[in-house]
Design a protein around this ligand. Sequence first.
Ligand SMILES: C[S@@+](CC[C@H](N)C(=O)[O-])C[C@H]1O[C@@H](n2cnc3c(N)ncnc32)[C@H](O)[C@@H]1O
Length: 207
Amino acid sequence: MRMRKKKNGEERIKACADYLIGDASDASLSKMLPAELEIGCGKGRFICEKAKNNPNVNYIAVEVMTDALITALESASKDNIPNLKFINVNAKELETYFKKGDISVIYLNFSDPWHKARHYKRRLTYKAFLEVYKNILSSDGKICFKTDNRPLFDFSVEQLRENGFRVCDLTYDLHNSPFNEGNIMTEYEIKATQKEIPINSLTAYLK
Ligand SMILES: C[S@@+](CC[C@H](N)C(=O)[O-])C[C@H]1O[C@@H](n2cnc3c(N)ncnc32)[C@H](O)[C@@H]1O
């Protein structure tokens, strides 16, 4: 996601501090657990809608890019969503925040495809990330993954199957499938849909 640097970033983050979990010792973290987790939330459309629609579930969204996170934080703050918080961190650090069983669902929405062969280890469905997810998910936990990028999708199916997950509810055209009921569109999903690109989607359970 290419973004221009936001003006007054630090002040804007401070103004939404109630929505930000600082580090792993932040007292507001334990109050949010167990939770559902979105990794790479971008500007936060999906997770804000999800949290508003399900006020009895706690949600945490992770985003490494501070400028995208500012937009997400401001949306949550404007809509006054009490069951949602954000962490500004790389997903590879998640085990410092969560222990086994803390997370029931992980949402990976339109994760960066990292086209170049030398960058494949940065994909959020690469086996090293799947190991992190296994260490924070509950035993009946699941990963919900959707993307418009078919090569990334195929790579992810392979990684999941080879690394301890059972892949279910797989579709290459989410919006014309039975799994679309209750689907919340992300910013990237809206753009892909406008271009008539089909959305691939799956749910993966721990074996
Ligand atoms: C292509 S954007 C999709 C944003 C949003 N999920 C959507 O569907 O509109 C991918 C997002 O994942 C974030 N991201 C990529 N790698 C990450 C990582 N290792 N940890 C946390 N966030 C990451 C990027 O900064 C970017 O905002």
